[in-house]
Design a protein around this ligand. Structure first.
Ligand code: MRU
Ligand code: ZN
Length: 211
């Protein structure tokens, strides 16, 4: 049997976790038309990530493949997510990050369009801000960056690096595209993703109500 450079039991466990969570996020309508991508860290050189173009609502374990932190496939003929670099740059930079989630919900997409001109969504005064790791009070504010969209992943990854140099963050929006959120575990990344979604929805409602 082929000697693989990663732990296959760990891959199977990550694949099961990615499939279960992706199906739930898809059921919420956050992964329309095969969009979105999901990954987990396998070790200090490899990540498990969704194969490009798969229907995220019908994901199975075979739709999860391995890449190295340069985004190259490892021991598989499959093509990884078109946005693999946006995942692996986080694993390469932060050893504590274990999971990266990218979704295209309606709320995320509308918020990204609305706040792109100012370059960020300002979130302040919400109890749910405590959902973000390291925040212990609602009496704080965060500015969630909104990046321009591009199909040039190395360029987008460079913009993200610049942002990461400037501030601690658990996610960012891409204009007209969607949200990237991450955490130390799948559970934490899910919590961050859901907190962003909820808080963006509140901001959009307040705008609608002219409040
Ligand atoms: C189906 S359009 C969305 C894609 O262009 C992309 O943004 C996306 O999220 C999914 O790409 P994928 O290559 O399947 O990971
Ligand atoms: Zn996308």
């Amino acid at each position: 049997m082929e000697n693989l450079p990663f732990d296959t039991a760990r891959l199977a466990a990550c694949a099961a976790e990615i499939v279960a969570n992706t199906r739930e996020l898809s059921a919420l309508g956050w992964t329309p038309a095969t969009s979105s991508n999901f990954s987990m860290r396998l070790d200090d050189r490899h990540a498990a990530i969704t194969v490009s173009g798969r229907d995220k609502g019908r994901l199975v374990a075979e739709d999860i493949m391995v890449v190295d932190f340069r985004g190259q496939p490892v021991a598989t003929p499959h093509r990884p997510s078109a946005e693999t670099l946006l995942h692996t740059q986080l694993y390469a930079r932060y050893p504590e990050i274990g999971c990266v989630l990218h979704t295209h919900s309606h709320v995320q997409t509308v918020a990204s369009r609305l706040y792109a001109p100012q370059g960020h969504v300002h979130l302040e005064g919400y109890e749910l801000l405590k959902a973000f790791h390291g925040n212990h009070t609602h009496e704080m504010a965060i500015d969630v960056p909104v990046l321009a969209n591009t199909q040039d992943m190395p360029e987008l990854a460079e913009w993200v690096e610049t942002l990461l140099d400037q501030q601690p963050m658990w996610g960012y929006l891409i204009d007209g595209h969607g949200l990237y959120a991450w955490g130390r575990t799948m559970a934490e990344a899910r919590r961050h993703l859901e907190a962003f979604e909820f808080l963006f929805a509140c901001e959009l409602d307040l705008r609608r109500l002219n409040a």
